[in-house]
Design a protein around this ligand. Structure first.
Ligand code: IVH
Length: 669
């Protein structure tokens, strides 16, 4: 009896939370405060933890993302996921309309929708429960990203209402709203990481992340816009969308039925002008024939339906005056020219600066000071100059000459042959290079110093407290606490963070040094091969390039870096402080080179080890764990329940298959 009433309570809470999720994320009409919502969620979490027998995979508590996906399984789409053909102007759109009217002998009704600029996704619901979420992939098969998609709050884990088919599939677009994108970038900048270029790329990166708990925090959203016509839901597309919306799926409020192409053109005009007021990026409008019967008559080509077309907006362009060019020096010494413009409104924001990339671009545009330039904003956040209005050029305007000396430290710039960028070679003495190196050193993927970011580095450097990364470890807690904007708490966090960084493994320390071309992956490879900085320091060009992934450019960069006495001195200082410059006993234990040169793919589930453990074993014995099958794969390590498509592909390529025991045999002594 007691248990019955608990189950009832759990069910009631789930229902209530589902409802509030829907009101908040789908309807944007919240009925309770975030605080109240969190209270209820916590209550449910506590009950579920106490009574695991009442577990339910569709519970709203499952949206926090607990699971790690190491490689995404390929799933074949039941109905292919087509793309759309594009039109770019009124004429092309009228051609589309003429073709439809001619082929059908009808005056068709059209549905106009926004063309969301994100990542397309197909959801499969079985008996109303979300079973699969699969990316478009090549249109025939895509990646199973269900774990990550379940964290998107606007996507129902269970359909609402009734009347849905037992097997229901719907397609839509996962997007990252501008607000979430800006929040993420602000955080990245504070952590000393590069900001992301645009919401679409960020969405596609996010949806393929291995850790769903990170995905859950990224604020993704989704809009749904197509039920495959093979699922006979209703007689029209607009009705299909209404039905989907009634089951809790988020359908845009801006879907419009239009009676003719003129109404379509009006819709396009309105949204071309009004798109910047939307919370998400769109790159055009999609026009679809409304009647499903007419859609079926028209059919599809191999690539796209003949009953729909996209109208793509032009990248917006404005003209403004080029006031001056300034030059920014990055962490690596690369000099980037930036155009300073007379402020102008473009794509919803005021633009004052545009990237000019390098000297070749400036020369190619034949830029002069005071020129009237054409500025464009594509999908990227930073606008660019695409041309000059030469008719407007005053004959006395001065041609822009690329600078010859570093604007920060005065050192003559150099240009490496074959590269577009100019560099300031004064690595140890040029302020932005010094600060940039320290910012890189403390960043999350490097030493991950808690409590520090770009601004703190700037502050410490300007106060003369740090000149290179080793100075960080001489910082005094009281002195930090006395600085503006910091305090006792922040000071303690920083000092603790620095202390904790002494445990950071060698591969990340090596990455943190910021040697040109030594990214995270290369650092890992080097550590695996050389095991200590002492070995790496004395390695020859040949020894370095003998390693598969290390090419001439990387090898030379390593040799150059270690040949500078100040750099070797820095290593000694950091070593004295206690940073790790070799693999620990623990890391060395159980390593060998038995698998060196082998690429191994893991698939299925195993008896003795988890997939993560098997990956580590491959790593420890010098092999490479790869995610997708190619002709260069050496072995497939196969467990139970592996996907049939993988098996087929491996057999076709003649790649040997081994089981867990055979694998363990390979690495045993
Ligand atoms: S309908 C068979 N509607 O645009 C029809 N697509 O360039 C399939 N897209 O792959 C697509 N908004 O990812 C449709 N309202 C919308 C859309 C939309 C964005 C994307 C979708 C598709 C791509 C085609």
């Amino acid at each position: 009896m007691q248990h019955d009433s608990i189950l009832l309570k759990i069910k009631a809470l789930r229902k209530e939370l589902d409802h509030h999720n829907y009101q908040y994320y789908v309807k944007s009409e919240p009925e309770i405060s975030d605080f109240e919502f969190d209270q209820k969620l916590k209550e449910l979490e506590a009950l579920e933890a106490q009574f695991p027998q009442f577990d339910d995979p569709t519970s709203p508590t499952k949206r926090v993302g607990n699971d790690i996906t190491s490689d995404f399984q390929q799933v074949k789409h039941k109905y292919p996921m087509l793309s759309l053909s594009n039109t770019y102007n009124e004429g092309e759109l009228r051609d589309f309309d003429n073709r439809i009217r001619k082929e059908t002998n009808l005056e068709p009704e059209y549905v106009c929708e926004l063309k969301f600029d994100g990542v397309s996704i197909s959801l499969v619901y079985e008996n109303g429960i979300l079973k699969y979420a699969v990316t478009r992939g090549d249109g025939v098969q895509g990646d199973d990203v269900t774990t990550n998609v379940k964290t998107i709050r606007s996507i129902p884990l269970k359909l609402m209402g009734d009347g849905w088919p037992d097997e229901f599939e719907i397609r839509g677009e996962i997007v990252m709203p501008f607000a979430a994108f800006e929040k993420l970038n602000a955080k990245r900048i504070a952590n000393g990481e590069e900001p992301m270029a645009n919401p679409r790329n960020t969405t596609s990166g996010t949806i393929k992340m291995q850790d769903s708990s990170i995905v859950a925090k990224r604020g993704l959203d989704a809009y749904f816009y197509n039920v495959p016509s093979q699922i006979r839901l209703s007689e029209s597309h607009s009705k299909n969308l209404e039905m989907a919306a009634s089951w809790g799926l988020k359908v845009s409020d801006h879907v419009r039925v239009c009676r003719n192409i003129d109404e379509v053109l009006e819709y396009i005009q309105n949204w071309d002008a009004g798109r910047h007021a939307l919370p998400v990026a769109i790159d055009g409008v999609v026009i679809k024939v409304n009647s499903i019967a007419v859609q079926n008559d028209l059919g599809t080509t191999a690539k796209s339906p003949r009953w729909a077309v996209a109208y793509k907006f032009k990248a917006e362009q404005v003209e403004t005056r080029l006031l001056s060019v300034s030059y920014q020096v990055g962490r690596t010494g690369a000099v980037t020219p930036v155009a300073n413009l007379e402020p102008v409104l473009l794509a919803g924001t005021t633009v004052k600066r545009a990237s000019l990339h390098n000297a070749d671009i400036i020369a190619g545009l034949d830029l002069h000071i005071n020129d009237i330039v054409k500025v464009e904003k594509g999908g990227e956040i930073i606008p660019k100059i695409v041309g000059v209005n030469e008719a407007e050029r005053h004959p006395l305007n001065q041609k822009i000459q690329f600078i010859t000396n570093c604007p920060e430290c005065g050192t003559p710039l150099v240009r490496i042959e074959g590269e577009a960028a100019h560099y300031c070679p004064n690595e140890p003495g040029c302020p932005p290079q010094i600060k940039g190196k320290i910012i890189h050193f403390i960043s999350r993927k490097a030493m991950n110093i808690d409590g520090m970011g770009e601004e703190t580095v700037e502050l410490f450097y300007n106060k003369g407290l740090i000149e290179d990364v080793s100075d960080l470890y001489n910082l005094d807690q009281e002195e930090i606490a006395s600085l503006e904007r910091l305090g006792d708490k922040s000071a303690k966090r920083i000092i603790d963070g620095l202390e904790a960084s002494k445990e950071v493994p060698f591969e990340r320390v090596l990455f943190a040094l910021g040697i040109r071309y030594i990214g995270e992956t290369v650092a890992k490879i080097l550590v695996k091969s050389f095991k200590s900085v002492d070995n790496l320091m004395v390695s020859s060009f040949e020894q370095l390039t003998d390693i598969n992934e290390i090419g001439d450019r990387i090898a030379q960069s390593i040799i150059d870096w270690f040949s500078v006495p100040e750099n070797r001195e820095l290593i000694n200082k950091l070593r004295g402080i206690g940073l790790r410059f070799e693999l620990s006993e623990e890391e060395l234990e159980g390593t060998s080179d038995k698998l060196t040169g082998l690429s191994i793919i893991i698939s299925g589930t195993f008896e003795k080890h988890s997939r993560e453990e098997l990956k580590n074993l491959i790593d420890k014995h010098g092999g490479k764990n790869v995610g997708s099958i190619s002709k260069n794969t050496s072995y497939l390590l196969a467990g139970e329940n592996m996907g049939p498509s993988k098996l087929e592909k491996v057999k076709k390529l003649g790649i040997p298959i081994i089981n867990e025991d055979e694998f363990l045999e390979m690495i045993s002594d």
